[in-house]
Structures are given as C-alpha cells and as structure tokens.
Design a binder for this molecule. Structure first.
Ligand code: C5P
Length: 398
C-alpha cells in the first residue's frame, strides 16, 4: 500500500470520528489521504482536525474559486488511487446511485475514473429501507465496493446492522481494492498507437490516417486484464483509457526514445503506424512559394524501425507483437515481416477498406504456431481477444 493515495469523502454521520482514526491508520502504512468534508460531515468533525491529520487542506466547496484554481474538482476526483467514502450516508449513496451532483462530494463521485469504496453508516431501519437497499444494489452493479456495515449498538440506542466498519476493517478493504486483479496482474505492457508526425517546416508535416483506435483498445483491454500499461501515442484525439499511463509523442524518433525509456516490459504491442520516412531537413521557417514557381523537393530519409530495434534490444520484452497494415498479399507480407523484424507475433490487417479510422477490424494472427484468421469484429473485441491470448502466452511461459 505504501506510496498509494486515497481521496476520502467524509459524510455526515456520528461515525465520522472514525474517519479520523482511518486517516491515521493509513498514514502509518505510508498511504497519503486527501479529504473532502461534506457540509453535514463538518457538523461531526472539524475541518481543522481532518486537515491536521491528513497534512493537507480540506476540500469542501464545489464553487470555491481558490479550490478550483488550485485543483479543479475533476482533477481532485482523479488524483488518488482510490476514492473511499466513510461514513457513506444514505444521502451520498442515493446521490451516486442516481447521478445527482449538487456538491463537491457527489460531483467527485460521478467524475472519478477510480474505484469507489463505501463504508456505510446509518440507522438500521434506514439501512434496511427499500430505497437504500435498492441504491446499494445499483452501486454494486456499477462496480462500487462495500465494507460493512456491521451489526451492533447504534449511537441512537437501537441494535442491528448499520454501524460503520472499524478503521482497520476499512484499511483491509482498501488494501484489497488497491490490489490489482486479473490474469495479467503484475505484468508490464508497453503499447504504441496512432500515427507519427514528421515535420517539414513549422506548419507542415507528413503523417498517415491512423486514428489510434486499435492501439487504445488494446491498451484498455490489457489494463482490464490487470497489466500495468504505458501507452505511447502519436497525435490522436482519443482520451487515455482508465488506469493507463499515457505518454504523447510526435515523431518516430521521439516514439523510439519514449519506448526505450519505458522498458523493461513483459510485452510490447506496436500498434502505431510509424512513419517509415521523414524529411531529411526541417525548414526553420515556413517554406514559401517561389516567384519562379519552382516546386520544393522534399528529400526523405529512413526513420529508425522501432519494432526491430526493440526486438533486438538488450531489454527485449518477452513477447514482441507488431502490426502489419497491408493493402496487398496481407498474410504473405506479414509472415515475411515477422521474420524480418524479429517479432514473435504479427497482427496483420488489410487496410485497403476503411480500417484506418473505422470501428471494426479483420485481422490475422501470425505466430510461431501458424496463421489464425480472426473474423470481422470491433476494435474493442480485437483488443479483448488479443489480451486473452497474451495472458495465455505469458502465463504459459512464466
Ligand atoms: O514495415 P511496417 O511499417 O509495415 O511494419 C509495421 C510494424 O512495424 C508495426 O508494428 C509498426 O508499429 C512497426 N514500425 C516501427 N517503426 C517503423 C515502422 C514500423 O516500429 N519505423
């Protein structure tokens, strides 16, 4: 857990005092906490005690100009490894389950791209009410994890389920929620995607039609399988998939440098459409039309072959996968490419149709075992299937 960070939302309930203890227990384990204190929460614990224990300022107001200037609510919602709601009141659960966002806590819960762990605390009749039960089911279906509530005596004198889990139980639940699951847990993957852009002058460049969709889908699928992903991407308009470390580059040479810096990795998937050539000279100012109408000549030089370089690298990933975008003799060219580039697998696709930029793909997997023809499917499905095959291969070889 050491080095991890938690965003703790403290709701309004008598159990809020246990949230202070939770912060201390987390700090002992090297976990840093940033806290959002709801208006109701501030009726039970003071901002001063929370900030003294977290060592951070407290966030409470969605419309606070200084808070927004220093850290916007969207950034706040993504800044931690896990969002923990303790105590999770019936109100906070209802808001998240139904998409309400009228304060900082509820807005954060909708905006976050991280897992949410809730520790409910409320009167037992409230906990057993039809609507709270319904909301808890909805939240579970949406992927929210719960710890507690426990049975016991309530502050109001009644006895039954509704007491917030104890701080150490919440710590254990946090530890479990932070542990990565999936067949590729503990593995590192390096994925490239998108085109590269090779400048001609300050305003012009050579590039290609790659949208990055296939590479991003593969990074997403590998991340869902539990791998730690570095996605190195040329200029595209896609957002980083959840849980993926995205690094943007422009040219092939930048992509190579970024890949080398990201090693070691267990698997490399080179889905990027790297420019084979670049202008040998980049004009420092915009090339002008000449009065005598002489057309400028752009001389090209070869770019480094990233795939071949990494396949021959001292820190070569155990599984090196390249792509072959072909318009003719797709499989035949891909088989030759596999040998020439020293890749273990080649995913060959026919790009004579609208594959580049489109949503679907029909590929062939060329490996040591032979050639497999996959049916036409979405790029997301290609990613999932490829992630499953990678998991099989790496597990088998481990
Ligand atoms: O030779 P071709 O460009 O068709 O090979 C495609 C494969 O090689 C892709 O995986 C692509 O990412 C990779 N490649 C590379 N560096 C280059 C050109 C292509 O890594 N300069």
């Amino acid at each position: 857990m050491r080095g991890k960070s938690i965003l703790l939302i403290i709701g309004g309930g008598i159990a809020a005092y246990k949230a202070l203890e939770l912060v201390r227990r987390l700090a002992e384990r090297g976990v840093t906490t940033r806290a959002i204190l709801t208006k109701a929460g501030a009726e039970f614990v003071t901002p001063l005690s929370v900030s003294a224990l977290t060592g951070e300022k407290i966030y409470s107001d969605l419309f606070s100009l200084t808070d927004e200037a220093q850290m916007g609510h969207i950034q706040l919602s993504r800044s931690a490894d896990l969002v923990v709601v303790a105590p999770a009141t019936a109100d906070l659960m209802a808001k998240m389950a139904n998409g309400l966002a009228n304060d900082l806590a509820s807005t954060t819960l909708l905006a976050t791209d991280k897992r949410v762990l809730m520790a409910p605390a409320m009167n037992l009749r409230m906990w057993q009410s039809a609507s709270v039960k319904r909301n808890a089911e909805l939240l579970k279906k949406d992927g929210v994890v719960f710890v507690g509530p426990n049975d016991g005596e309530m502050a109001c004198g009644e006895f039954g389920p509704g007491r917030m889990a104890e701080p150490l139980e919440i710590v254990a639940a946090i530890e479990q929620a932070l542990t990565v699951h999936g067949p590729l847990a503990g593995m590192r993957a390096l994925v490239t995607a998108g085109p590269t852009r090779e400048p001609v002058d300050p305003v012009r460049f050579l590039a290609n039609q790659s949208s990055g969709k296939q590479g991003y889908a593969i990074a997403d699928a590998l991340a869902r399988a539990g791998a730690e992903i570095t996605l190195i991407s040329g200029p595209v308009t896609l957002a980083a998939p959840q849980g993926v470390k995205l690094q943007r580059v422009t040219t092939a040479r930048e992509m190579l440098a970024a890949c080398e810096a990201a090693l070691p990795a267990d698997v490399l998937v080179m889905a990027a459409a790297v420019a084979d050539w670049r202008p040998d000279f980049v004009a420092s100012s915009k090339i002008k039309k000449s009065t005598d109408r002489v057309v400028p000549l752009i001389k090209l030089v070869e770019n480094p072959d990233i795939l071949a370089t990494l396949a021959a690298h001292a820190a070569r990933p155990r599984l090196v996968i390249g792509f072959a975008a072909e318009t003719d003799d797709v499989v035949q060219n891909a088989v030759a490419k596999r040998a020439r580039k020293g890749a273990d697998w080649i995913i060959a696709n026919d790009v004579s149709g609208d594959v580049m930029g489109g949503e679907r793909n029909r590929v062939h997997l060329i490996s040591e075992a032979g050639i497999e023809d996959w049916p036409d499917m979405t790029k997301g499905e290609v990613g999932l299937l490829l992630a499953a095959r990678i998991a099989e291969k790496l597990k088998g070889a481990a």
